[in-house]
Design a protein around this ligand. Structure first.
Ligand code: ZN
Length: 159
């Protein structure tokens, strides 16, 4: 396993649409392991393949630090409700903004063994699924921010 370099806003790779994964290969397995290690190292709750420069439809999410989800070719099946709150991104370091997302998400994806599974989440998990899937379309949360993109240091002073 290895920690990969996280691409930052302004890097064109973050604005490109990702391609479906057709089959699991040792290379993709290694990529997934690296993505998990990179996410934990950066203290993130999710990471999408384009954030490490790979245009494949793969995301990893772990909102508790002990329950990682690998989502390959993910698709949202259902959403409900609304939540409005702070969001950040490892590709936009030091920034945060208010984004409204569904409060409930049901999605389907393949795991690292290419087995199809369903995942349901509320609150932070629902937000993370929406945020990470946006990356696969080349979209960053900064375009959805309500009001101003803030410096994390300013927010800590306010609170
Ligand atoms: Zn992100």
């Amino acid at each position: 396993m290895a920690i990969r370099n996280i691409r930052e806003i302004g890097d064109a790779v973050l604005n490109k649409k990702c391609k479906e994964v057709k089959e699991m290969t040792p290379r993709i397995k290694a990529l997934i392991d690296d993505m998990l290690e990179t996410m934990y190292d950066a203290c993130g709750v999710g990471l999408a393949a384009p954030q490490v420069g790979i245009l494949k439809r793969i995301v990893v999410i772990d909102v508790t630090g002990e329950n990682p989800y690998v989502m390959i070719n993910p698709r949202i099946l259902e959403t409900a409700g609304e939540q409005t709150g702070h969001e950040g991104c490892l590709s936009v370091p030091g920034k945060s903004g208010i984004v409204t997302r569904p409060n409930y998400v049901k999605a389907v994806a393949y795991n690292e063994n290419m087995e199809l599974y369903e995942i349901e989440g509320t609150e932070l998990l629902a937000r993370a699924i929406c945020h990470e899937l946006d990356h696969l379309e080349g979209n960053l949360y900064v375009d959805k921010v309500e009001g101003r993109l803030m410096d994390v240091s300013d927010i800590e002073e306010d609170e």
